[in-house]
Each structure stands twice: as C-alpha cells, then as structure tokens.
Design a protein around this ligand. Structure first.
Ligand SMILES: Nc1ncnc2c1ncn2[C@@H]1O[C@H](COP(=O)(O)OP(=O)(O)OP(=O)(O)O)[C@@H](O)[C@H]1O
Ligand SMILES: [Mg+2]
Length: 292
C-alpha cells in the first residue's frame, strides 16, 4: 500500500470583498477558536475535542452564509445586528476533503473560478486557508509558523506555473540552483544537483543558456528541473502546458509520466482534457467543492 502523502480535512478559503461586518466578525471568531484549538490539542485533548465540535458547527454555518449563527456557535454570544451587508463573500474553497498517495499523478479540472488555483496556493503554502487542515507526509503544515514556511516550501514542494517564472538574467543552471538556497550542500554539489536535474529533463546541453535563448518547451523543462532539484514530496503544476503547442505539450507530459513512473508525485491543474486523460486520476471542481 502506498503511503498517504497529502491529506486535506474540510479545507476552506473565504474572501470577503467590501463591507460585510457579520461575515468578517464570524470569520475572526472562527480564527480565534481555531488558535485556541491548536493550543489545547496537546495539553488538554478533552477540551480540544469540545472546541473542535464548536468549530465545525461554526464553519458549517459560515459556509451556508449564516454568519450570525456561525458567530454564536463560535463564541456563545449573539452577534449585534449590523446594517445589511453590502459586501460579497466568496467561498473560493468550500470544505475540501482529499487524500493523495505517494506516486500519484492527479489532474484537477473545473470551470474558471471554481477554485483550482486557490486550492493549489493553499497546498503550496503560498497562502493561508481560512479553516481546515493540510497534512503533508503526516506533518500538519497549517500549524507551521510563518518564518519556517519558505524553508519547508522550498524543501518539500516543487512548483511549475503556466508562465514558467524563470529569472531572465540567470542561466538555466542558475535558475535550477535557486531552490537549493536552504540546502546545506556546498556550492559544487549544488551545481552538480542542478546539472543532474537538467539532464533528467533532457537539457544537459543547455546549461548555460538564458531563458530567452530557449524555446517555450525548453523553458518549461527548466521550470520542471527547478521543481525537481530538491526531490520534493509533491510537484504542483498550474496550467503548466497552457502556453505550449500540441507537440511541446505531448513532450512535457511524456516527461512528467516518466518522472511519475520513477515515483514522483504530481498534482496538476489543467483545462486540457488530453492532458487530464494522461493522468491516473482526475478531480473535478465546481464552486469551491470537489464534485467528482
Ligand atoms: N485574492 C482574491 N480576492 C478575492 N477573491 C478571489 C481572490 N482570488 C480568487 N478569488 C475568487 O475565488 C474564486 C476562485 O478563484 P480561482 O483563481 O481559484 O479559480 P480557478 O479555478 O483557478 O479559475 P481559472 O480556471 O480561471 O484559473 C473566484 O471566484 C475568484 O474570483
Ligand atoms: Mg486558475
């Protein structure tokens, strides 16, 4: 049985635009209760369990846009009536439960605005969820303190985006060495690791080229090499073949399937059904929820 590499429990992300005082207050109360829960879970599991119940109840009301009831469930007090809300509350992620095993190759699909990028941002520790939990290799990453995040992110996670995000003034090799910032290796071994990653993606003969001297597909290979170099638990891709033509897309997918066969876990967001068809499992999202 493959080990679980990623687990999500009731993950939510809410954006409050404009003035919706009730929603803001309820969300604040949820956050406060959540912090209390985190503090108690080790020292007083019994009390923590009670708080978890209140927390779940409050979150459930919040998702149904019943902010007064949500506030009451979290605090035990009634929320003073405020003026009718003018703001918009966006439930970008609305209670996501998901488990992903080591070695999976997962596609995430869904209409524009369904929450795919938001989900990826949460999983990639680029932004904080409003509530819920994320475990990577059994570690609760939602509990990691801010100052440790960049290190955990760079050691455990790899990213490949639609627009490559390479630094134009650095060579392919130097771009791939970037995530090794936190590694304790000497500079020569960092160089070697980056070189090996570029060889893996078939760019052993392009080490010293700058991004503008490479084709779109080659640039995306550099981005993949950069995401691989730390041997991350998971590599995330957001529309990583979005800017490539059919041939380059097929080549990149071949590379990903190859790396996946060697054990690398991938989660990729795509609008392209042909890309999704090449993945072992497809998750469909709609309105911030997983529907299939
Ligand atoms: N920073 C933000 N502030 C407010 N609302 C946001 C923010 N980011 C995303 N949203 C909203 O959250 C919802 C989900 O957005 P998200 O970017 O995750 O969609 P997506 O599935 O990636 O769409 P696409 O396929 O177009 O990339 C949208 O309704 C969007 O308007
Ligand atoms: Mg998106």
């Amino acid at each position: 049985m493959a080990k679980t590499i990623l687990k999500l429990g009731n993950l939510t992300k809410t954006y409050i635009m404009g003035e919706n005082k009730s929603a803001k207050k309820a969300l604040k109360a949820i956050h406060k209760l959540h912090r209390l829960y985190e503090e108690l879970i080790l020292v007083d599991p019994k009390k923590a369990a009670q708080i978890e119940k209140r927390l779940n109840k409050s979150q459930a009301y919040f998702c149904k846009e019943k902010y007064e009831l949500s506030y009451k469930a979290a605090t035990g007090r009634a929320l003073k009536k405020t003026k009718p809300a003018k703001g918009v509350v966006v439930h970008a992620l609305n209670g996501i439960d998901l488990e992903i095993k080591e070695g999976e190759l997962v596609a995430i699909m869904g209409p524009s605005g369904s929450g795919k990028s938001t989900l990826l941002n949460m999983l990639g520790l680029l932004d904080e969820p409003s509530s819920g939990k994320i475990f990577i290799r059994d570690e609760d990453v939602t509990a990691i303190k801010g100052h440790r995040l960049p290190e955990v992110r760079s050691k455990e996670l790899g990213f490949v985006f639609q627009s490559f995000n390479l630094i134009p003034t650095l060579t392919a090799l130097e771009n791939v060495m970037l995530p090794l910032k936190y590694s304790k290796n000497k500079i020569v071994s960092k160089r070697k690791l980056a070189e090996d990653a570029l060889k893996k993606v078939g760019l052993g003969d392009r080490l010293h080229h700058n991004p503008n001297e490479l084709s779109g597909g080659q640039r995306q290979r550099v981005a993949i090499a950069r995401s691989l170099v730390n041997e991350p638990a998971i590599i995330f891709g957001d529309e990583l073949t979005g800017e490539l033509d059919t041939k380059a897309t097929q080549d990149i997918m071949k590379l990903i399937i190859d790396l996946n066969k060697k054990g690398q876990t991938f989660i990729i967001v795509t609008h392209n059904p042909e890309v999704a068809a090449l993945c072992k499992r497809t998750i469909h999202m709609r309105d911030g929820k997983i529907v299939k």
